[in-house]
Write a protein that binds this ligand. Structure first.
Ligand SMILES: [Zn+2]
Length: 86
């Protein structure tokens, strides 16, 4: 099954409720994963797009995902909501 919803910060699939971050009131975020977003704010506010690219690369290599998939994610990152310049 193809994931439908991706974290708007790191591209992780968040179809599962357990993988989603939380808002201030404790409800689940519909846009961010639990690693990026907790209690209504980003877990690492100093994160930059370049840092995130490094983290995604490290994680995906650890999971032995194909390089083509990694490249796809890296190309996708700048288009995510968190990295859009307002
Ligand atoms: Zn995330």
């Amino acid at each position: 099954m193809e994931p439908k919803i991706f974290c708007q910060s790191c591209t992780m699939p968040i179809d599962n409720m357990e993988d989603r971050g939380t808002e201030k009131d404790g409800s689940k975020s519909s846009e961010y994963c639990k690693y990026c977003y907790q209690h209504g704010s980003f877990t690492d506010p100093g994160m930059t797009l370049d840092k995130m690219k490094n983290i995604v690369t490290t994680q995906m290599q650890k999971m032995n995902l194909p390089a083509s998939l990694l490249q796809q994610s890296l190309d996708y990152l700048p288009r995510l909501k968190r990295w859009q310049k307002a």
